[in-house]
Structures are given as C-alpha cells and as structure tokens.
Design a protein around this ligand. Structure first.
Ligand SMILES: N[C@@H](CCC(=O)N[C@@H](CS)C(=O)NCC(=O)O)C(=O)O
Length: 252
C-alpha cells in the first residue's frame, strides 16, 4: 500500500499561526485545526531519534498519516504537547482517537492494525528475538546515545569514541551480524523490514555522522538502512530544517 504523510504545514494555509519553511509549527504553537484518522507528533528530523523510529514504523505499516511537527523546547508548546502525550515526549501516535506515546507501544499497535505489513516476524521464535532486540534498543545503549547524539546534518571526522560507547557499538554490531546471518538479510529479520529495522535506523545515522568503523557486514546494513527511500525522505527534511542546537552541532 502506498504511504502518504502530510506535514501539518500543508493544512495550515489560511491559519493565523505561522509555519517555517520546513513545515514546523511555530514555537509555542501546536496546530489544532486538522483531525485526520492517523496523526503522528514528532519533533526535529535532524535530532530526534525517537521521532524517526516512530515515523518509520508508521511508514513501514503502510498507513496514511498526518505528520505533526512540534517544537518541544518552547514553553507554550510543552503545555500543548502535554495534551497530546502525557509524557511530553515524541513520538505520539493518535489513531481513531486512540493515543500512544511510547515507540514500542506504537510499533506493537501498528502490528495489530496492519498485520499484512509484518512489522513483527510471523514465526513466534523469530518474533521473540525481534522483540528482544527492540527492547534492548529501547532501554539500553545509554553511552552511545549520550556521546553520539543523532545529528543527520553533521559529519565529524576523526571522532574519538569513548570506551563505554565502543562497548555499545560492538554489541550493536553483534546484534546486526547475528540477525543477518540467521535470517539471511537484507533486513534484520530477512526479506521484510520489521520494527527492529526502524528501532536501529537512528543508529545507522549515528554511525554515518561519527564515521564509526564497522565490520563489512554491519557497514553494508548501515548503508542499506540509510538508502531506504523513507530514510532519504526523512534526511532531506532534516537537511531543510532551520533549527540548530549548538551543543549538539559542536565537534567533540
Ligand atoms: N521511551 C520513549 C522515548 C521518547 C523520547 O525520549 N523522546 C524525546 C525526543 S527524541 C523527547 O520527546 N524529549 C522531550 C524533551 O526533550 O523535552 C519512546 O519510546 O518513545
């Protein structure tokens, strides 16, 4: 099924609130005028790895959705975002009035409403494996997250990886290699892209940004993820985004 997402800005014509060129609702503003069946709130496409995971999951599910960009750092927007997601976190999915505000919950729900997309493997043993590595990504790799934040635009040469982050990188390489060997690729669980590919997609971006040295198999998988058409769309939007967070853009 073809997917289609509509940035909220496209529906904003005629509204009093300003949106910038990338379609981000102006700071302090969360649009309330649109109400499509499926709506996903996300923040920066350059920096927000959780937004990317949730967005990819909905794309892989093949569901039409409206994308709502929120500037979560603006005090006004935080108050309004609280109405959308009790955690004040993105991504938040609203489908037919049902709200989900955690990436794993979103993925599990999408698998229930779009089983034909095979977001989880049909074999229960493989499904357990898939859920395990999604969970590991969800709750782990804190050193990698802290020292190699997602930054789609940046390319850092000679970046020195901290030893704890190196352990995380090695564990991720092991996960990828085991999956690719066991299920035969090209995706982590074989021919179909699953929640696991969405969960690890921001890691592929981080490995690219920071020039992380990888084994040939892991490097191939990283490049495959980065070349996915959905990922290319996301990257193009990230490059067009005006927001800059100095602390994340610096070289360290
Ligand atoms: N466990 C959450 C994590 C979501 C999360 O941490 N989102 C970040 C953006 S990447 C966020 O919304 N942060 C809000 C803030 O920084 O104010 C999930 O799975 O969705």
């Amino acid at each position: 099924m073809a997917t289609r997402s509509k940035p909220s800005a496209t529906k904003a014509a005629g509204r009093a609130r300003a949106t910038d060129a990338a379609g981000v609702v102006a700071k302090g503003a969360v649009s309330r005028t649109r109400r499509s069946v499926t709506r996903l709130s996300i923040s920066s496409k350059n920096y927000s790895s959780w937004s990317l995971r949730g967005w990819l999951m909905v794309k892989l599910a093949g569901i039409d959705f409206e994308e709502e960009r929120v500037a979560i750092d603006a005090p006004g927007a935080r108050a309004e975002l609280l109405l959308l997601a009790p955690s004040i976190l993105v991504p938040c999915l609203v489908h037919k009035g049902i709200r989900m505000w955690d990436t794993l919950a979103i993925g599990e729900y999408l698998n229930e409403i779009a089983p034909e997309a095979k977001l989880l493997p049909t074999n229960p043993v493989h499904r357990a494996h898939c859920r395990s590595i999604c969970g590991e990504m969800h709750s782990g790799f804190s050193a990698l997250r802290a020292s190699l934040p997602m930054n789609m635009r940046a390319r850092l040469k000679g970046f020195k990886v901290w030893s704890k982050a190196q352990h995380d990188i090695e564990r991720i390489e092991t996960i990828w290699q085991e999956c690719l060997q066991r299920y035969g690729g090209p995706w982590l669980f074989g021919r179909h892209r699953t929640l696991a590919d969405a969960m690890f997609a921001p890691v592929a971006s981080r490995f690219t940004t920071y020039g992380v040295a990888l084994s040939p198999a892991a490097a191939d998988y990283r490049d495959r993820v980065m070349a996915m058409p959905e990922m290319q769309t996301w990257i193009a939007d990230a490059l067009a985004e005006p927001d800059e967070l100095d602390e994340l853009d610096m070289e360290f």
